[in-house]
Design a protein around this ligand. Structure first.
Ligand code: AMP
Length: 363
C-alpha cells in the first residue's frame, strides 16, 4: 500500500470516492495545497461537486467509469468506509489506494474490527458472533444483559442495532436484524464518549489530535467539545491507542477512533472509521493543521502537519433547518461551515459551527 513513498508533486490529482461534505472539505484542503481533485459519486447533486475541478457521476460498480477515473488520478482516497470491496480492489490494482484495502475491510465489519483491535491489545467490550437465535441466548448468558445486538456491516448512526434487556426480547431482536451477520456486544455503562482523530503517512510519521468529547441525540452527533472533560492521562492513553491502531494497520491517511470512557477512566474502543471524521471538524478552527489538510498530506506522502490545538472549541452540527439560523445568530468567534446542500431534510447534516473560546490554561 505505502511502498511508493515519494511525495506527490503539486498539481497531482487526488481521486476521492464519495461526494458528501467530507469529500467537499477534502477537495477544499487539496486545492489550498496546490492539488487537483477528481470526485467520483453516483449522486449528481453531491456537495463536493461545487468545489472540485473534475468529477464523475457514476455507480461504484461502473467498470468503464472506474477505469477512466483511475487513469485520470495519481492516488485514490475515499470519504466513506462502505466503499464496495470490489471497487476498492479494482482501483487499488491501478493506482495507490490510501488508506489501503486492509483498513477498509476491517472497518466495514464489526467482527473483523473487534478481532483486529483485540489482537493488538486495544480494549473493546466483550463480544461474540451470533449465527443463530440459540447462540444469541447462550451468549446473553455469557455476556450478560443489557447487551447490544448489531449487524456486522453497514451500521451507522445507530442503524442496524437493538438493545436486549431481557432474554424474552432476544428472539424479536434477532428476527429484526437477521439474516444479516450479527455481533452481540456487552452494553457499556459509559460515562462519556470521546474520539481521537489520528494521521499516519507512508514514512510512518504519526500525529494524533486532542480527544473530543461527543454528545449524540437520536444517534446523530450533535456536539464535539475540546478539551474533553477527562483526565490528562486518559487523554494520553486515548491518543496512544489511536496511534497504535494506525501503526498496526500500516495506514496512510486520517482515521477516527471512537471510545467509551468508563467511570474509572478506562477506555474501550467502540469503532474506527478509515476517513476524516465528523468529530474532527473542530480542528479546522483551532489547530495548526486541520484533519482535512492532514489527510491530503498523508495520502500524498507529504510530511504531516502539527496537530496542536491553539484554543478551546465546541463544534455544533447544524442539522436540518438549523442551518437557517446562520448568519443572523453568528458570534464573532463562531466559525460556520456550510456544506452547500440544496435541500435541508430532518436529520440531514447541513453544516457545522465551531465556537472558539480562549484556551484554558489547565489543558
Ligand atoms: P455505533 O453505531 O456502534 O457507533 O453506535 C451508536 C451509538 O450507540 C454509540 O455512539 C453509543 O452511544 C451507543 N452504543 C453502541 N454500542 C454500545 C454498547 N455496546 N454499549 C452502550 N452503548 C452503545
Amino acid at each position: 500500500m505505502t511502498r511508493d513513498s515519494a511525495p506527490l508533486p503539486q498539481g497531482s490529482t487526488i481521486g476521492i470516492l464519495g461526494g458528501g461534505q467530507l469529500g467537499r472539505m477534502l477537495a477544499l484542503a487539496a486545492a489550498r495545497l496546490g492539488m487537483k481533485t477528481h470526485v467520483f459519486c453516483p449522486d449528481p447533486q453531491s456537495p463536493a461537486f461545487d468545489v472540485t475541478p473534475h468529477k464523475t457521476v457514476a455507480a461504484y460498480d461502473d467498470e468503464a467509469a472506474l477505469e477512466a477515473f483511475a487513469a485520470a488520478v495519481d492516488v485514490v482516497t475515499y470519504e466513506f468506509e462502505n466503499v464496495p470491496a470490489w471497487t476498492a480492489e479494482f482501483l487499488a490494482e491501478r493506482k495507490p489506494l490510501r488508506p489501503g484495502a486492509n483498513a477498509l475491510a476491517i472497518a466495514q465489519d464489526r467482527l473483523a474490527e473487534k478481532a483486529f483491535l483485540s489482537v493488538n491489545r486495544i480494549a473493546v467490550a466483550p463480544f461474540a458472533a451470533i449465527p443463530s437465535v440459540e447462540q444469541l441466548e447462550d451468549e446473553l448468558g455469557e455476556i450478560g444483559m443489557p447487551a447490544v445486538l448489531k449487524t456486522t456491516r453497514m451500521g451507522y448512526d445507530g442503524k442496524g442495532q437493538r438493545t436486549i434487556r431481557k432474554k424474552s426480547g432476544a428472539a424479536a431482536a434477532f428476527e429484526a436484524l437477521s439474516p444479516k451477520p450479527l455481533v452481540l456486544e456487552a452494553f457499556v455503562p459509559f460515562e462519556k464518549e470521546i474520539s481521537v482523530v489520528v494521521a499516519r503517512n507512508a514514512a510512518g510519521q504519526v500525529a494524533a489530535f486532542d480527544p473530543a468529547e461527543n454528545l449524540h441525540h437520536d444517534h446523530i452527533l450533535r456536539t464535539s467539545t475540546v478539551p474533553a472533560g477527562i483526565k490528562r492521562k486518559t487523554a494520553k492513553r486515548a491518543r496512544e491507542a489511536a496511534e497504535k491502531i494506525v501503526t498496526a494497520l500500516d495506514y496512510a491517511g486520517v482515521l477516527g477512533v471512537e471510545f467509551f470512557v468508563l467511570a474509572d477512566g478506562s477506555l474501550l474502543v467502540n469503532e474506527i472509521a478509515p476517513r476524516v471524521h465528523n468529530s474532527g471538524h473542530w480542528t479546522e478552527a483551532v489547530c495548526i493543521t486541520d484533519q482535512f489538510e492532514q489527510h491530503i498530506r498523508a495520502v500524498c506522502n507529504w510530511p504531516l502537519g502539527n496537530p496542536s490545538r491553539l484554543a478551546d472549541v465546541v463544534m455544533e452540527n447544524l442539522i436540518g433547518d438549523e442551518i437557517a439560523a446562520v448568519p443572523a445568530s453568528l458570534g464573532a468567534e463562531d466559525r460556520p461551515h456550510a456544506y452547500g446542500k440544496a435541500e435541508s431534510r430532518p436529520g440531514r447534516k447541513m453544516g457545522h459551527i465551531n465556537r472558539v473560546r480562549a484556551r484554558t490554561p489547565s489543558n
